[in-house]
Ligand binder design. Structure first.
Ligand code: UDP
Ligand code: MG
Length: 307
């Protein structure tokens, strides 16, 4: 019996892309000696994504779908797909064809050579907006400096995982998923393949600036407690500096111009006020994480599936 490859594809409002990616995968897989199945995760789409998938699933037995009860976000949708995907290996990729299907045989070949996790690295492309490239570069710098994991610039959520890796991944109970970090953290044998992203086929990116900042903060605070230490060090440094300030105050007092210190007092209050808020914010982020984790709600809820 030939081995089974399961594709996990999260889709949020991708009505005009899902069939295109399905047929692209079909063309790639046809000459290969593998069974395959495409598992779409409809992440609370409000367009025709689900009806399109249902209609296709009725006539094409390679197509399966899970429809979540609402939008749970890209990372949770991927988790849902991984939880349901059987098969000897799982390949996850985006629905918008930015992850080139041509790479699929390369991923499978590396897996056959014994690699448990074959991840992909997005190479620079001028098509991608300058903003997205720059913010992405800054993000990888920060996460690599602040945490114990080392992520290559441009690591994408386009990867192949062996069955045993998928089983291991299911054991992770973390609330704020940052899958590319978790995958690095998991170990096993890993190797990377570079690719040049295509432009989105149709529809628009669901990652707005606001979501990207949130995702970056989630990634950093999931893998590092360094910001907490930084906050403490900053606190110590300024406490020390303000001690140095005291001799100056006493000196001014004897000079008799103590009243003229208004500007410096206001400046100091504003500065330390800002600093305190920032540090409280950092602590708050971690506290929020603990709070959400302590409720241990499921990552997603399934409304409907044909599995
Ligand atoms: N996606 C999802 N839920 C979301 C946002 C995105 O399932 O809340 C899917 C989306 O349909 C696509 C993939 O995740 O298949 C990547 O999203 P997108 O292309 O919008 O991100 P970008 O490529 O711009 O980073
Ligand atoms: Mg995309």
């Amino acid at each position: 019996m030939s081995k089974m490859v399961v594709f996990v594809i999260p889709a949020c409002n991708e009505q005009s892309n899902v069939l295109v990616i399905a047929s692209a995968i079909k063309n790639i897989m046809a000459p290969l000696a593998y069974d395959y199945r495409i598992l779409f995760v409809d992440d609370g789409s409000t367009d025709q994504t689900l009806p399109v998938l249902k209609a296709e699933a009725a006539v094409n037995n390679h197509i399966h779908f899970i429809s979540l009860s609402r939008n749970f976000g890209h990372q949770n949708a991927l988790k849902a797909g991984l939880d349901f995907a059987d098969g000897d290996c799982v390949i996850m990729m985006d629905a918008d064809l930015q992850h080139p299907p041509d790479l699929i045989p390369v991923l499978i070949q590396k897996w056959e050579e014994g690699t448990d996790i074959v991840y992909t690295i997005r190479k620079e492309q001028t098509d991608l907006s300058l903003l997205k490239r720059k913010t992405s570069a800054i993000f990888y710098d920060i996460i690599n400096n602040m945490s114990d994991i080392e992520l290559e610039q441009g690591t994408a959520d386009f990867r192949l995982m062996d069955r045993k890796v998928v089983e291991a991944f299911k054991q992770i109970r973390e609330h704020d998923l940052f899958i590319r970090g978790l995958v690095k953290w998991m170990g096993f044998s890993q190797s990377g393949v570079a690719y040049y992203p295509a432009a989105r086929l149709s529809g628009e990116s669901k990652y707005t600036i606001k979501k990207m900042v949130r995702f970056a903060l989630q990634g950093i605070t999931s893998f590092s407690t360094k910001p907490l230490y930084m906050a403490a060090y900053l606190g110590f440094s300024f406490a020390f500096l303000s001690v140095l300030y005291i001799p100056y105050i006493i000196y001014s007092f004897y000079q008799g111009h103590t009243v003229s210190g208004w500007a410096s007092i206001v400046a100091a209050i504003a500065f330390f006020g800002g600093l305190q808020l920032m540090i409280l914010g950092i602590i708050g982020l971690y506290l929020g994480k603990l709070f959400m984790q302590s409720k241990s709600r499921p990552h997603y809820l399934v409304k409907e599936t044909n599995l």
